[in-house]
Design a binder for this molecule. Sequence first.
Ligand SMILES: Nc1ncnc2c1ncn2[C@@H]1O[C@H](COP(=O)(O)OP(=O)(O)OP(=O)(O)O)[C@@H](O)[C@H]1O
Ligand SMILES: [Mg+2]
Length: 252
Amino acid sequence: MDIITARGLTKDFNHTRAVDNIDFDIKKGECFGFLGPNGAGKTTVMRMLYCVVVPTSGTIKVFGLDIEDNPSIIKSRIGVMPQDDNLDIELSALKNLIVYARYFEIPYRTSRKTAYNLLEYVGLTEKADENIKNLSGGMQRALLLARSLINSPEILILDEPTTGLDPHSRHNVWNKLKDLKEKNTTLILTTHYMEEAERLCDRVAIMDRGRIITIDSPKNLMETHGGNLEYVYLKLTGKRLKGKENGENNLS
Ligand SMILES: Nc1ncnc2c1ncn2[C@@H]1O[C@H](COP(=O)(O)OP(=O)(O)OP(=O)(O)O)[C@@H](O)[C@H]1O
Ligand SMILES: [Mg+2]
């Protein structure tokens, strides 16, 4: 069953066409990745999906509901980990989660309990009362992940969830995401790490300059084009390669 359907989706910012007439469907329970170079339009697509950027044209249906008509219902059932940290630096880690829970009208006592559970889930129990500015960059990313789960979302949107994380923290996030997927949460993510896409994503859309070049499973893409996913990515997004044998990426 498709949980998201986008048709003819386009976004213009002044003179920039950030997203250019794209179509895609995302199935319930799958992990779907958007890949593409800086400026390809990935974040803009994500922001349209979670109803903070209004499309210039085209349609998006989430849970079968049109985003234009039902933004608040859709937002209440989606979790978002944005590309930029937008935590409240005046507040503690715990307070950040509790205040965020108010947007979903979660009662205080419930939100406090959930917040503690989520801090434990991402390994930040000891930092509960610490001010955000005293958390490391990786800890702030972990807190953003915890925050995105406060409303037990059916769809989780993750814009570069592991950028800037050390290898252990990255593996921790991967395990959490696999966990969530097993519980049937639909995951939509962007990443610049091809290993991450290969491990987590059932299907990926490779984007460039606002367009989708292809949508397929990493396995099919690697079989069709030869080489590993990074090779496929570089090939499809226009970098010239030579010596593709054995999946090596020799940029010329
Ligand atoms: N609010 C905005 N106002 C004007 N232009 C914007 C805005 N947001 C994005 N753009 C432009 O839209 C294009 C796509 O940006 P977007 O952030 O979606 O790319 P991205 O694929 O997420 O890139 P990255 O990998 O660097 O995060 C870029 O040319 C960017 O400058
Ligand atoms: Mg982005």
